[in-house]
Design a binder for this molecule. Structure first.
Ligand code: SF4
Ligand code: SF4
Length: 582
């Protein structure tokens, strides 16, 4: 069936260099001498190791547990012994280390017990969880955990499920061979995605330079009685970018700030559908993938390769020429030279290109920008590469952000067409990494500030607690002194022969015959001073006489009366806690 195709802006047509590696069928790469399996092989949380040095493992056994919903499990690619769980260099331009499980194969390649799943009888949530536990991630290069993309939006109806078989980068042919040789399993995997997402249409996009793959996929769709449309799209780099393919097949433009699901579209790579089907129909976790070996080699070909295989060892299968001086992981447009020939194949490794100066001659020196605008015409994201270049070069990173540098997918079209041979993408990568570094620094300083404020708060609280404790101790001491004074007064009264039942003397006026006027005035002054001191003390100290029984109150009143009658003075007021040294 013919359908209307749409164009995306920009794009380039570099030499495809694909024919070399499609002449032979997919071969199985032999077991390597050892496997270095990185635990972090998907976007999201870092899986936690579940094995340690010395453990025996079987093929497919869990060795890294998914850490959170956006994360995927990692499994032993073959049976053998865990040599170590340690840091090893990663296939990343940074050359940084990451935690890996190193396995020495025992040569038996013995699987764990695994069985097919009747996914149609399972709730969708359980199917998604099974895919997560099987380590299924996007194999087109993005390695986003697949289960995370299999929940339809609650607000936007799912219109189209787009399956990416475009494979537009030069040299790479692993998806082409996969579709040619394993089309039925790919289509069955697409069926699982369709059942979970319930889209109105399923569109399988394949570049028109892969007629065999398109024919195989059409036949599989027909054989399985599906209604999926296999659409051949014009060969133009980067038609295999998810946004570009969605644009070509549906006419929908996914804005930089949005996801395709916001427009009712979801997109998966054909290899992802294949591994999802293997996980469901055979219970096999993702322990291998197809890798194209090409470039400066005698025998380019596609191999099924265990994850963790050292790249240098793998490339030997394709017999690299003696002048090979490096390995590019991915295609020549978006790929990168790996920092070490022994870095392992990971789930994102779709192609290894043997690099040589003969195949990739060094670029002539960079010339000044002549503002020809070719880069802007080639940019599939409608950016202004030369403006971003100027601001990156001037380290004016704020301006680069204003020109939407983070919308750049680093496809390399602008560098490819630049007549001044300016490595634009490298400038953009530099600017992005600087912005991220500054962002990290800012976050770190914000966190330090928050920690400092919290410390201050805690110190204030501790000071207040200490002051309260001191005040309580002072009150207890005062109460003790008062009790001692009362006891002394009682003893004095008894010594003078007074009855404990005597009426309260304080309320009675002193007899005029025994107390002269001067003495009465003096007593009044003393009593007033005592009352003031008592009021002050009560204001700052808790009372220990608040919950007394009537009998206790009476006894206390009697004691007080006797004490006053005996002309005893109040105990010295206790200094407030705040006035005491700490
Ligand atoms: S293509 Fe190169 S020379 Fe032309 S505007 Fe862009 S950066 Fe400048
Ligand atoms: S690398 Fe970035 S700026 Fe250059 S063409 Fe691609 S998307 Fe545009």
């Amino acid at each position: 069936m013919l359908m209307n195709l749409f164009k995306f802006k920009g794009g380039v047509k570099p030499p495809t260099n694909k024919t070399q590696s499609v002449t032979l069928p997919i071969a199985q790469a032999p077991l390597p001498s050892r496997l270095v399996v990185p635990l972090h092989q998907s976007i999201g949380g870092m899986p936690q190791p579940t094995v340690q040095a010395g453990d025996k493992v079987l093929k497919g056994q869990l060795i890294g547990e998914a850490d959170g919903w956006i994360s995927a499990a990692v499994h032993a690619p073959t049976s053998g012994t865990v040599l170590e769980v340690a840091m090893h260099v990663q296939p990343h331009p940074s050359g940084l280390d990451a935690l890996c499980v190193v396995i020495e194969p025992d040569g038996k390649d013995e699987w764990i017990a695994h069985a097919p799943l009747d996914y149609a009888a399972m709730p969708p949530e359980a199917v998604r969880e099974h895919l997560q536990q099987s380590g299924v991630v996007g194999l087109g290069g993005a390695v986003f955990p697949t289960h995370g993309k299999l929940t339809a939006s609650k607000t936007v109806p799912m219109e189209e499920l787009v399956i990416n078989g475009a494979e537009c980068e030069p040299f790479i042919t692993c998806d082409d061979l996969l579709m040619r040789e394993r089309a039925e399993e790919v289509v069955r995997g697409i069926g699982v995605f369709r059942d979970l997402l319930q889209p109105k249409k399923v569109l399988i996009g394949i570049e028109d330079n892969k007629p065999e793959a398109a024919a195989a996929m059409r036949l599989a769709v027909q054989t399985l009685g599906e209604t999926f449309e296999v659409v051949q799209v014009p060969t133009l780099y980067p038609a295999g970018g998810a946004k570009q393919l969605i644009r070509v097949l549906t006419g929908k433009e996914v804005p930089a700030s949005k996801r395709s699901t916001d427009l009712g579209v979801q997109c998966f790579n054909v290899a992802t559908a294949y591994t999802a089907w293997r996980a469901i129909a055979h219970g096999e976790p993702v322990v291998s993938r197809l890798v194209t070996l090409s470039g400066n080699v005698h025998a380019p070909r596609n191999y099924e390769v265990l994850i963790g295989t050292p790249m240098g060892e793998l490339l030997k299968l394709a017999q690299p020429h003696p002048d090979t001086d490096g390995i590019i992981m991915g295609g020549p447009m978006m790929g990168f030279l790996v920092p070490d020939a022994n870095v392992p194949v990971v789930k994102a490794t779709n192609c290894l290109i043997a690099h040589s100066e003969r195949l990739f001659p060094p670029k002539a020196p960079e010339m000044p920008c002549i503002r020809c605008g070719s880069c802007a015409q080639a940019c599939p994201h409608e950016l202004q590469p030369f403006e971003m270049y100027w601001f990156s070069r001037a380290k004016n990173f704020g301006k680069t952000q204003e020109y939407n540098i983070f919308d750049c997918i680093e496809c390399g079209c602008c560098s490819f067409v630049c007549p001044s041979r300016i490595p634009l993408v490298q400038y953009f990568r530099f600017a992005k990494s600087e912005i991220w570094a500054r962002e990290r620094e800012k976050n770190a300083s914000d966190q330090a500030k928050a920690r400092f404020e919290f410390k201050q708060l805690r110190e204030e609280r501790e000071k207040a607690d200490k002051a309260e404790k001191l005040a309580k101790a002072a009150a207890a001491q005062a109460a003790k002194k008062a009790a001692e004074a009362a006891a002394a007064a009682a003893a004095t009264t008894e010594t003078n022969g007074l009855s404990a039942d005597a009426p309260p003397a304080a309320s009675e006026p002193a007899p005029a015959s025994t107390v002269d006027a001067a003495k009465a005035a003096k007593m009044a002054t003393i009593e007033a001073a005592m009352a003031r001191a008592k009021a002050q003390r009560e204001a700052v100290q808790p009372k220990n006489t608040e919950n007394l029984t009537p009998e206790q109150q009476k006894a206390a009143a009697d004691i007080e009366a006797r004490r006053i009658a005996a002309h005893l003075t109040e105990p010295e007021p206790v200094a407030p806690a705040s006035e005491k040294p700490e």
